[in-house]
Design a protein around this ligand. Structure first.
Ligand code: ADP
Length: 589
């Protein structure tokens, strides 16, 4: 059964509540005022009538004081005044009715009548009530004169009602005021309500993490200013937040692409951020599997960093500066440089660098320099030796001199070759972007090499077969492509033996690469050497290579040239069956 959402209690808006609260107070005030005013007006009208009747009471007293005939005097009086139906009652101090013109015969004690009681205590008194004697309703007015009560009463008929009618103008005035107040208040609360509902709308958007698209405009008053300020402050804060998160994003991206393992931690060792390499390096360093970056300091090799952090994080006397702690770890042939930086707020970062490559490169460079020095030493000392012999033996025959000079020349050519090869490799290592690129036809390039080598090939009865289907053409560097094929030809001519066949074959082509094989069917290379022939200065037969004039750098240049053209090379051989080099060249680099 589907569940109905819980009913939300109907909410009354703030502006409506404000309106009704103020309006209710106003209405209560108006009602009280109307009741009070109505009461006052009524009392005023009654007192006005009472004054007329009190006046009659006193007139009666004076007239009766001068006359013995009560009845006649009173009848005369009632004829004189406009209200002929006036009832006149005279009550003795003990409450007995001495005279009454109502026609009722037996009248009881009148001291208990309201107006009489009032007159006894205040000299004057009035009341509107039904008569206990006649049963009719009257407006009574009693005056206490010498302890006798002179009472006149008017029947509560149209005339009295008319006299007692109060002026209702103030009611209409107050109603008009109420209406006016209603309009002004509703306009005022509507305007506040509009501002508040805009702010509410804005707050809801903010709560839902949406950037409000509308531009809020507020009335030109204090509330409007406050609202506008809130929104401006929020927008500024949001902008700052966006900028910070963008910077953070950049930083994280930077760390992800960095070649350095990196992680940041809170003072209690919780990860703030880290890159993938960090956990990978931790697993290379640790003997146990590490799943969380927080486990880093549990690794035995990183214990010095743990001690460093423990002794500094809780040390109140610690120097107020960022503290570094470097550690180098040599793990199964790999060398890691780890650095911990402890910041002032006790957060810390760990960075791990695999410096094995750097170390290896430094080692290789050192070896290369030694090799170069060694390679240069031989021709230089030969040249020096020959020249010394010529200089110290002036009596040497011309023939001998020529012989030594020719040796000098050949050694200096060797030096030139060596320096050329070293320079090519150096350029490939350090400034590969300096090689210019152009469209090169491979068939034409091989043809040229064939022509240049034809003399040596003929001498050794070497033949060649070039199979280049589709006439491959490459967008690459001419001199490097020339070096690749030239070195392979030179090597085949120099080492494979006599009467061999060299085959250059472009055996495959795909959208990006040409696939070449370069083979000879000569002496071949022993398996133990095949994996090392691309190393710099590696020679299978040192003596023979030097004698032939090889620098030991030929295949190194070939390999680097292929790599420059985004390709790969490997060699296959077995003794007596020749050598085949397989390599790829990218069509456009
Ligand atoms: P080098 O300058 O001595 O020729 P390379 O790097 O060009 O140096 O070659 C390395 C070694 O590989 C050579 O000394 C040679 O012994 C061997 N080699 C290269 N090509 C062939 C080949 N076609 N047949 C037999 N041995 C070869």
């Amino acid at each position: 059964m589907s569940q109905l959402p819980p009913k939300q209690p109907r909410r009354i808006s703030f502006s409506l509540r404000l309106f009704w609260s103020v309006f209710a107070i106003f209405l209560a005030f108006i009602t009280c005022f109307l009741i009070f005013q109505y009461q006052r007006e009524r009392e005023f009208a009654q007192e006005k009538l009472n004054i007329v009747l009190t006046n009659y009471n006193h007139q009666l007293y004076y007239r009766l004081a001068q006359s013995d005939d009560i009845k006649q005097t009173i009848e005369g009086f009632t004829v004189e005044i406009p209200q002929h139906d006036i009832r006149v009652t005279i009550i003795s101090p003990d409450g007995k009715v001495i005279f009454d013109n109502s026609g009722v015969e037996h009248l009881d004690n009148h001291n208990n009548r309201t107006e009489v009681r009032k007159a006894r205590s205040n000299n004057e008194g009035y009341s509107i009530r039904s008569s206990g004697s006649t049963g009719k309703r009257y407006f009574y007015s009693a005056s206490n004169i010498n302890n006798f009560i002179y009472r006149t009463a008017l029947p509560y008929d149209m005339y009295v009602k008319d006299v007692l009618t109060i002026n209702k103008d103030f009611i209409y005035f107050m109603l008009l005021m109420t209406l006016l107040f209603f309009v002004v208040l509703s306009r005022f609360t509507f305007s506040i309500g509009k501002t508040i509902s805009k702010l509410r709308d804005f707050a809801l958007n903010v709560d839902l993490n949406r950037i409000p698209e509308v531009r809020y405009t507020f009335p030109d008053d204090e509330l409007g200013d406050i609202s506008q300020n809130i929104i401006t402050l929020y927008q500024q804060q949001q902008k700052a937040k966006d900028e910070v998160s963008m910077e953070r994003e950049k930083l994280i991206k930077h760390f992800q692409y960095s070649k350095e393992g990196f992680a940041m931690f809170t003072a209690d060792g919780k990860e703030i951020l880290s890159n993938n390499l960090f956990i990978q390096y931790l697993n290379l360093i640790s003997d146990n599997r590490i799943d969380q970056t927080e486990e880093a300091l549990q690794i035995e090799e990183l214990k010095p960093i743990l001690y460093f952090l423990n002794s500094n994080i809780h040390n109140p006397n610690r120097k107020k500066q960022v503290l570094p702690e470097p550690v180098t770890i040599d793990k199964e042939g790999k060398i890691f440089q780890i650095e911990c930086l402890l910041f002032l707020d006790n957060t810390y970062e760990l960075s791990i660098n695999d410096i094995s490559r750097q170390e290896e490169e430094t080692r290789m460079k050192r070896q290369l320099t030694q090799n170069i020095a060694h390679e240069l030493k031989t021709p230089v000392s030969s040249i020096q030796g020959y020249l010394e012999t010529i200089i110290s033996n002036p009596e040497l025959s011309e023939e001998k001199k020529r012989f030594f000079i020719e040796r000098c020349y050949s050694q200096s050519s060797r030096l030139t070759d060596l320096l050329r090869d070293i320079s090519v490799l150096n350029r490939l290592d350090e400034a590969s972007d300096m090689f210019e690129l152009s469209d090169i036809n491979i068939g034409r390039l091989i043809n040229e090499i064939q022509k240049e080598c034809s003399k040596e090939m003929d001498e050794k009865r070497i033949t060649s077969e070039i199979i280049l289907p589709g006439d491959p053409s490459v967008h690459g560097n001419y001199s490097l492509l020339y070096s690749i094929f030239r070195n392979l030809f030179d090597n085949a001519i120099a080492y494979s033996g006599e009467g061999v066949l060299i085959t250059v074959n472009c055996y495959r082509e795909d959208s990006k690469f040409y696939y070449f094989s370069f083979s000879d069917n000569g002496v071949g290379i022993d398996e133990e050497h095949i994996n090392r022939i691309f190393e710099r200065f590696y020679r299978v037969d040192k003596g023979r290579s030097r004698k032939i004039g090889g620098t030991g750098l030929g295949l190194s240049i070939v390999k680097n040239g292929v790599n420059f053209h985004k390709g790969h090379i490997y060699a296959k051989s077995s003794l007596g069956k020749g050598v085949t080099f397989f390599f790829t060249i990218k069509k456009k680099i």
